[in-house]
Design a protein around this ligand. Structure first.
Ligand code: ADP
Ligand code: MG
Length: 552
């Protein structure tokens, strides 16, 4: 259709708009950051698609963002010559909630107006923040490469619905026109807008252009790649704002590394560890990741070849000096140069985490709570860095239920005579703690790791030892605990009594038939009469259960 349609917003969008408009939140400046961020993304997308199809530039490759105030008309216009949107894309992107930031925002809404208003400040919530300062928003757009008759005009007053119609539009890209709300006149001022841009959008690599005092135009931001500037000239605030833009996050990151690497492959990496896991961390088609640039020219988003899968939470930019500008995903997959960059960047991230663990344990705890499960995949996936990753692991143990114990801590407090690291696997820490296998360990004062994540069973099949100490399941094979830890003082089976128990165990073996391999008299139980034990080379009982549940 080309005629004008009136459509309703998705319920969540309506809720969000309501909050935007009525919230008492005072830092409204962020609307500009959000709209400029979208404009910059749109230009990045155009650049990427134009690698394949130059004609998308339509003869205009002078990419920029324009911001303009019309005092008489009471409007602010933010225009880009990026990728633009088709009518369907407008309905899809602007009428519904897809963005990761916005979804997370919803997860955290409390219903308490004051608290939720503060969330807007942290989250920003993208395009809709326009309605904090505007009582009507008009969006004009045309997708690069489509006819000028395929322009789209979208408009809404931010209440229940919006209109879309197909219009003539010669310019490629998107213009967002804010009809400034009564009482928000401070934003109808060039100086005010320039100050906001310098504060929040200085790092945007495109020129952000506004009219200058003499009527000519002026680039307001530095428009220089942040990562290409010397580290000592960059403030924490600049790093934070840059992160928010590349990660589509609204909270500052937990940590970053910024390093220039010379040698066989020259590249600059500016990588961030987020403070919070995105909702799509385990989705196959998750968005965002590390952006690839070649000599400051944007090449692609989410270049998954740049870091291993288990570091998929890392955000940022890698700028390679020696790759060809027309590099494609297919080429990246086979490129040796990328392998070099990837292993270098992986090391840098692991070093950053190790430093965090050592120097900022509070932050490391946050990191571990959010991303620990993902990092564990690295033990399975990345044999070359297995030891490095093993040092970063944290576990609950029978001695500590808090934030987790490192393997090094565990080893440091092993008891007299102990040379193995013991663990128990179960569905939950509570179940693990009740395991009868632990009785003897408790009596002997031996600490045991409680492994309760799904991935842990795989983890221990790949991590057979740590610093020379074998990892050993408490539920497998014969446990030789003689001479380890303090003497157990509870009742136990004396070796001389064993023959007396033989008849009973033979009887039990007969009754259980081929349900069990054998029935043995045990020295490990002190309270429970019996327990199940897996053979030393068998799969763990918990893993067997998981496989069975998965139909294997
Ligand atoms: P996010 O940027 O996190 O995806 P937003 O609410 O800011 O969330 O924007 C929603 C979507 O609308 C974007 O993902 C994009 O697809 C589309 N969009 C917004 N602004 C523009 C623009 N200037 N040009 C093209 N597409 C845009
Ligand atoms: Mg956005």
């Amino acid at each position: 259709t080309t005629e004008k349609q009136t459509l309703g917003f998705q319920t969540e969008v309506r809720q969000l708009l309501d909050l935007m408009i009525h919230s008492l939140y005072s830092d409204k400046d962020i609307f500009l950051r959000e709209l400029i961020s979208n404009a910059s993304d749109a230009v990045d997308k155009l650049r990427f698609e134009a690698l394949r199809d130059e004609s998308l530039y339509e003869g205009d490759s002078d990419l920029k963002i324009r911001v303009q105030v019309d005092k008489a008309a009471r409007t602010i216009t933010i225009a880009d010559n990026g990728i633009g949107m088709t009518r369907d894309e407008v309905i899809e992107n602007i009428g519904t909630i897809a963005s990761s930031g916005t979804r997370r925002f919803f997860e955290r809404l409390t219903g308490d107006e004051a608290k939720d208003a503060r969330l807007i400040g942290q989250f920003g919530v993208g395009f809709y923040s326009a309605f904090m300062v505007a009582d009507r928003v008009t969006l004009l757009t045309r997708r690069a490469g489509t006819a000028s008759a395929q322009g789209v005009r979208w408009e809404s007053a931010g209440t229940g619905d919006y209109t879309v119609e197909t219009v003539e539009r010669p310019e490629r890209g998107t213009a967002v026109v804010l009809h400034v709300r009564e009482g928000e006149d401070e934003f109808l001022d060039d100086h005010r807008l320039k100050a906001i841009i310098r504060r929040y959008s200085d790092h945007i690599t495109l020129p952000i252009v506004m009219p200058a005092a003499d009527g000519a135009s002026e680039t307001v931001n530095k428009a220089a790649a942040l990562w290409a500037r010397p580290r000592q000239d960059i403030t924490e605030l600049e790093y934070d704002e840059f992160y928010k833009h590349v990660a589509h996050d609204f909270e500052a990151p937990l940590a970053h590394i910024h390093s220039r690497v010379e040698g066989k492959q020259e590249y600059t990496a500016l990588l961030f560890v987020p403070r919070r896991a995105p909702f799509d961390l385990f989705d196959r088609d998750r968005r965002y990741g590390v952006k690839l640039y070649v000599r400051r020219v944007f090449i692609m988003d989410d270049a998954e070849q740049l870091l291993p899968n288990y570091l998929r939470f890392v955000r940022g930019v890698i700028d390679a000096a020696d790759l060809p500008l027309n590099v494609s995903r297919e080429i990246l997959q086979k490129s040796r140069d990328i392998d070099t960059i990837r292993s270098g960047a992986t090391r840098k991230v692991l070093d950053l985490l190790a430093e965090l663990a050592e120097k900022e344990p509070e932050k490391y705890r946050t990191f571990w709570a959010e991303f620990g499960v993902v990092l564990k995949e690295g033990v399975v996936e990345d044999a070359g860095n297995r030891e490095r990753i093993a040092k970063l692991l944290r576990f609950q143990t029978t001695a500590e239920s808090g934030d987790g114990v490192s393997l090094a801590d565990y080893v440091a407090r092993m008891v007299e005579g102990q040379d193995k690291i013991y663990y128990v696997t179960a569905e939950s820490a509570a179940a693990a703690r009740h395991s009868p296998h632990l009785e003897i360990f408790r009596r002997k004062g031996i600490e045991v790791l409680l492994l309760t994540d799904r991935i842990d069973e795989w983890l221990v099949t790949h991590l057979s030892e740590f610093e020379g100490h074998a990892l050993r399941s408490v539920a497998k094979g014969d446990l030789d605990l003689k001479g380890v830890g303090r003497d157990e003082d509870g009742p136990k089976v004396a070796e001389t009594e064993e023959p007396e128990w033989k008849a009973l165990s033979e009887r039990m073996a007969k009754v259980l038939g081929d349900k069990v391999k054998e029935v043995r008299v045990s020295h490990r139980l002190t309270e429970s009469p019996a327990c199940l034990v897996a053979g030393e080379h068998d799969l763990g009982i918990h893993l067997e259960r998981l496989l069975k549940a998965a139909g294997q």
